[in-house]
Design a protein around this ligand. Structure first.
Ligand SMILES: Nc1ncnc2c1ncn2[C@@H]1O[C@H](COP(=O)(O)OP(=O)(O)OP(=O)(O)O)[C@@H](O)[C@H]1O
Ligand SMILES: [Mg+2]
Length: 290
């Protein structure tokens, strides 16, 4: 097992040093809540940053933000301050560690009043300061709400997380259906799967239903599974990251495989598409939704 984990470590792409620069925008979402989105986004960002990529985690769970708690960092200001025009985006960004930034969300209702175009325009102006990022990982809220869809539409890659229980699968399917209206390609992560075989079986069923009801134009891919692991839950309770606490565990090797598949996919895409993308452009695309 240890050998396998070590091998995976070397597989996860190191940041290319040839000076080429693209910012990848990856949104993580789910139908049902509590299926592991924040656990996956924080550990994904951690692995990427350890591999030399400059990563920002954007806590886009509007009204229920909690990545500061998960990452055990103190925040003073949030997205709400930016939207109100009281702070710049640069003011609210917190460095979790080198190469890993947090853009804190707001965990109160007040932010819901501020999602109109003018406000996002201001946010977009501020966003320019954060160029130079390799990855922006967007942890969205659960469900198919309008707020979440805005982020999914603006992202390059959308990862839908589900667990094997039927209610979560039904909700994941609803998310796929709604999101397929704006994306031709969606990725899935099966969390709490017992093993790879179970993950593939569940994924194949979802894919079959999706193709029957949405059409075969939708490209649905399984990015990987994350095993149920007491160590994952323990790290969440301790406000640490399992990919740091137990880097050779099965869960960590699952997570590395997921990141590896994602990096491979994105790098392949960059070869096909050389359009320049920046953090500023991401917010421009966000604004275009209004
Ligand atoms: N692979 C796993 N093994 C064990 N426990 C897990 C695993 N993944 C997630 N959990 C547990 O599930 C709980 C919910 O996870 P998390 O907060 O990441 O979900 P979420 O989808 O972000 O929830 P919300 O919809 O509320 O934002 C966490 O307390 C965590 O301990
Ligand atoms: Mg969450």
């Amino acid at each position: 097992m240890k050998n396998q984990a070590n091998k995976l470590k070397t597989l996860v792409g190191q940041k290319p040093t040839d000076g080429s620069h693209v910012t990848h925008f990856v949104a993580i979402t789910s139908g049902k809540g509590g299926v592991g989105k924040s656990t996956i986004s924080t550990n994904m960002a951690n692995i990427l940053s350890k591999n030399g990529y400059k990563v920002a985690l954007f806590d886009a769970d509007i009204g229920l933000a909690n990545l500061d708690v998960i990452l055990n960092v103190r925040i003073q200001k949030t997205l709400l301050h930016v939207l109100k025009g009281e702070s710049t985006l640069e003011d609210i960004v917190v460095e979790v560690k080198p190469n890993l930034l947090l853009i804190p969300g707001e965990s109160g209702d007040e932010i819901l009043k501020y999602n109109d175009q003018f406000i996002f325009e201001r946010f977009f102006q501020e966003a320019k300061a954060l160029d130079g990022l390799d990855f922006l990982i967007i942890d969205t809220g659960a469900g198919i709400g309008e707020n979440t869809q805005i982020f999914l539409e603006a992202a390059d890659e959308v990862i839908i997380v589900t667990v094997p229980d039927p209610a979560a699968i039904t909700d994941a399917y609803a998310t796929i259906k709604v999101t397929s209206k704006v994306k031709d390609s969606l990725l899935m992560v099966l969390n709490m799967a017992r093993n790879e075989k179970e993950a593939i079986m569940i994924f194949d069923k979802i894919k079959k239903v999706a193709h029957q009801n949405i059409g075969t134009h939708l490209n649905l891919e399984l990015l990987g599974k994350l095993s149920e692991d007491k160590g994952v839950a323990r790290s969440v309770k301790q406000r640490t990251l399992f990919t740091n606490d137990a880097p050779n565990s099965l869960a960590s090797s699952d997570m590395k495989k997921i990141v590896n598949n994602l990096v491979y996919r994105l790098e392949r895409k960059v070869l096909d598409d050389n359009s320049s993308r920046s953090f500023g452009n991401f917010f421009k695309r966000l604004m275009d939704q209004f």
